[in-house]
Ligand binder design. Structure first.
Ligand SMILES: CC(C)(COP(=O)(O)OP(=O)(O)OC[C@H]1O[C@@H](n2cnc3c(N)ncnc32)[C@H](O)[C@@H]1OP(=O)(O)O)[C@@H](O)C(=O)NCCC(=O)NCCS
Length: 164
């Protein structure tokens, strides 16, 4: 059964935390792996809020770190469902740094993640459709369709697909 449709605003998620020394490399900048972990969490929360099902991460697109985030800064993650397919959905996660003393905010990464909805036995389940109302939302979803096609092409090109 297909669940009732939802708006992206219903699952939009913002996470904020201060970068502590334990998150950082010897230069005092947050570790890339820590940022990736937080991206996965923020993306998963937005996806769970949309689907209310169990999920697995199927793909994380190429990720760039445009600026470093130093100890004492805030790291802010904003996650939003961009498009829903059948049993999968795409989420965009934007990562910002914010200097605590000045409030200066910079976009440091943008990630696109794909999650697949599953039930307790691991079977894929349909995801609630996304209500797309504005031209902007339509454009975002069209772009997500193009990224999905590219991801699935890449998956087929992967030599490990199909091997034991
Ligand atoms: C992700 C996974 C469920 C896909 O399984 P699969 O049998 O290859 O995929 P299916 O053919 O059943 O497709 C299921 C959906 O996933 C999508 N999908 C599968 N692989 C994908 C990929 N690499 N990128 C984007 N979407 C993908 C399909 O398009 C389909 O979406 P749709 O129903 O909306 O059209 C499976 O590979 C898996 O369990 N991987 C491990 C996940 C994991 O451990 N993640 C980390 C911890 S959560």
């Amino acid at each position: 059964m297909i669940p009732p449709p939802k708006r992206a605003s219903e699952s939009q998620t913002e996470m904020v935390q201060v970068v502590l020394p334990n998150d950082a490399n010897p230069l005092g900048y947050i570790l890339g792996g820590t940022v990736m972990h937080l991206i996965d969490i923020a993306g998963a929360i937005a996806s769970h809020r949309h689907t209310r099902t169990l999920l697995v991460t199927a793909a994380v697109d190429d990720l760039q770190f445009l600026h470093s985030i130093k100890v004492g800064d805030l790291i802010i993650l904003k996650a939003r469902v961009t498009c829903v397919f059948t049993t999968s959905l795409e989420v965009q996660v934007d990562v910002f740094s914010e200097e605590t003393l000045t409030g200066r905010r910079r976009l440091t990464s943008r990630a696109y993640l794909t999650f697949v909805a599953i039930d307790k036995s691991g079977a894929r389940v349909p995801v609630a459709p996304l209500i797309v109302e504005t031209d902007e939302e339509r454009r975002i979803c069209e772009e997500a369709h193009a990224r999905r096609a590219q991801r699935l092409r890449k998956k087929l090109e992967n030599p490990s697909v199909g091997s034991p």
